[in-house]
Design a protein around this ligand. Structure first.
Ligand SMILES: Cc1cc2nc3c(=O)[nH]c(=O)nc-3n(C[C@H](O)[C@H](O)[C@H](O)COP(=O)(O)O)c2cc1C
Length: 454
């Protein structure tokens, strides 16, 4: 989604008129705009109390900005600069996620002959400070009162052509860049919220401030009477489904030793049941319109000479081909083996639809190496990232401790820099597997990541 901000709240604004025309140009290019018109905000949006508690209109607009792939700003010239209302709105938006690496295009307008050059350049200073990606082709509309017809439309064909060219160029610019690292790529792992029903899931999700999910698929296949409504309820509330997750039968996470023999596709005794469940979950993923399903494959052997290497390879290849046949990718969680072992296994497997769900905390919990080095080792395979934190164990052979994102030993700034270096373009899913206040913890994790500087 691309959002357009009408940069004034003046009644009868020419900027709002130009905005309608610009929205038509984007719609013609197949990209309908979400228009945020400051003139539609209630008075309390501009009261001193607005900094502490945002009105519903500001909260909705703010979420739209943070979820936008790009922003178009139409800014009128007021006293040689931009309007106070626009600056006030900018100051209410979350720092740094609102503009950090977000593409932005500017259109200036003015009664005078400079066509809004001054407010656009002043805004470029603000957006440059906030690390936005500024689209270089700006459009200036001078003598606005002469150029707007009685129908409220810009009647200068040259300027309309320039606006159309800017729209096409900006769309190319937006598509060439990775999405901003903010909420539009972030979901919550549904199982972290321990819901008993889809309505409970969505109620708890709303407390985290996140509007997307990685969905645990097993409840949908095992209990359709309760969970069959999930997709409809999510669509109704505008909650996006980023990916699915499935578990394997009989996993026992009590200790590192128990999970080693019970986890993933390793045990022979549960393979037939796992295979049936994979087939059911794959069909559900297709029905939900998902593209990616993640799972724990189990502890992969280090040596190819290990007798279980070929057996696991065969089971995983069958699973990969089942999903590939339905147009789905699968991704294994990191952590149960070190990154070079996982990479070797993936190279041997040689399936384009198989990758990694990178979980930096798992690498600490299982004590399997440095997450930042592992990002580079596994770069071509990383399809999704889990935002989870942990402290390494002090006692080798036992679990580390899972903690709230931002309070453990994951070097988040370094980790995010590594993902930026490899040009990671997938989604992030907040996960919390311990503790009794999941909603509060996930909200804290979301805030930490949104405010992280790197
Ligand atoms: C408070 C105010 C200050 C203005 N200052 C300037 C100015 O410095 N230079 C200029 O060319 N036009 C100036 N104008 C004229 C506006 O650019 C023109 O009215 C334009 O339509 C404003 O956009 P709007 O209709 O969306 O509010 C000013 C208008 C207002 C309301």
């Amino acid at each position: 989604m691309i959002s357009l901000i009408v940069g004034t709240n003046r009644p009868g604004s020419n900027s709002a008129r130009i905005a309608r025309q610009v929205a038509e140009l984007y719609a013609e290019l197949g990209e309908p705009l979400n228009v945020i018109d400051l003139g539609h905000f209630p008075a309390d949006a501009f009261s001193p109390g607005a900094y502490a508690s945002r009105s519903a209109a500001v909260a909705t607009a703010s979420d739209a900005v943070v979820q936008s792939r790009g922003l178009v700003i139409i800014v009128p010239e007021y006293n040689g600069s931009y309007s106070g209302a626009l600056k006030h709105f900018i100051d209410l938006l979350p720092f740094p996620s609102a503009f950090e690496r977000r593409p932005v295009a500017f259109i200036g307008l003015a009664a005078g002959e400079w066509g809004g050059l001054r407010p656009v350049e002043h805004l470029q200073g603000v957006f440059g400070y906030r690390n936005a990606h500024i689209y270089p082709e700006r459009v200036f509309i001078p003598g606005i009162y002469q150029l707007i017809g009685a129908d409220g439309r810009l009647n200068d064909e040259k300027l309309v052509t320039r606006l159309r060219r800017q729209a096409a160029g900006f769309l190319g610019f937006v598509r060439s860049l990775p999405p901003a690292p903010s909420i539009d790529r972030t979901g919550v792992c549904s199982w972290s919220l321990q819901p008993a029903s889809p309505s409970e899931l969505l109620e708890r999700l709303s407390g985290t401030g996140v509007r997307a999910l990685q969905l645990h698929l097993d409840p949908l296949s095992e209990n359709p009477a309760t969970w069959g409504e999930t997709a409809r309820l999510c669509a109704q509330r505008g909650i996006r489904l980023l990916s699915g997750m499935m578990t394997t039968v009989g996993e026992d996470y009590s200790t590192l030793d128990t999970i080693k023999v019970t986890g993933g596709v390793v045990p022979d005794s549960t393979w037939d049941e796992n295979w049936r469940n994979f087939q059911a979950n794959a069909r559900i993923a297709v029905d939900l319109g998902l593209k990616l399903v993640t799972l724990h494959a189990g502890f992969l052997p280090h040596e190819e000479s290990d007798p279980s290497f070929a057996k696991l390879m065969d089971r995983i290849a069958r699973t990969a081909d089942l999903f590939a046949g339905l147009g789905l990718d699968i991704a294994f969680e990191t952590g149960q083996e070190d990154a070079p072992t996982l990479r070797h296994f993936l190279q041997k497997l040689n399936r384009a639809n198989v990758g990694v769900n990178f979980d930096p905390a798992n690498m600490l919990l299982y004590d399997k190496g440095d997450p930042i080095t592992a990002v580079h080792t596994l770069a071509p395979w990383i399809k999704q990232v889990h935002l989870k934190d942990a402290n390494r164990t002090a006692q080798p052979g036992t679990w580390g401790e899972e903690v709230v994102v931002g309070t453990g030993q994951v070097d988040w700034a370094g980790f995010m820099r590594a993902l930026r270096d490899i040009d990671f373009r997938g989604n992030f899913c907040l996960e919390r597997e311990a503790g009794a206040q999941r909603v509060v913890d996930l909200a804290a994790g979301r805030k930490y990541i949104a405010e992280l500087k790197y």
